[in-house]
Design a protein around this ligand. Sequence first.
Ligand code: ZN
Length: 151
Amino acid sequence: MKEEPCQCPDCQRFYKEHDRLIREFPTFKEQQELNWASIQSFRTLCSKVSEELESQLSIKDIKDQSLPNNKHISDIEITDAIEQLENVNAYLYSIEALMERIFDIKVSDNIELKFKEISKKLAPDPLNIDRLILNRLFHQTPDLPDKNNFK
Ligand SMILES: [Zn+2]
């Protein structure tokens, strides 16, 4: 007997997102590009935040002046974050190296059609386009309760 998938809000949000990514990127090539872009954007953002935090630290060291934008971030918090983000970037770099290998693989047009066919079965579109847009806006609402619970 098949086990029932968990229906907690976090999992439900994941299923919805999972299906959306299959529905909106239904080919091998689109999945390659999506995942590549996703890793790159994550790495770019983490690197920039790291850089910014490091420069905030060094400015503080040199001038020892309080920065208006930096009021609620302590030095310890910044140092910890820089360390953690460095780890994340190292992991992302490894993933990127593997992703490059996946990116080298190409499939024929017939196989791409198979991908499209299967994706329709896996994630049939239950919603019209307006609902999808609405959902996405809903996801972006900052005070959404399940967003605050996100770990
Ligand atoms: Zn769950």
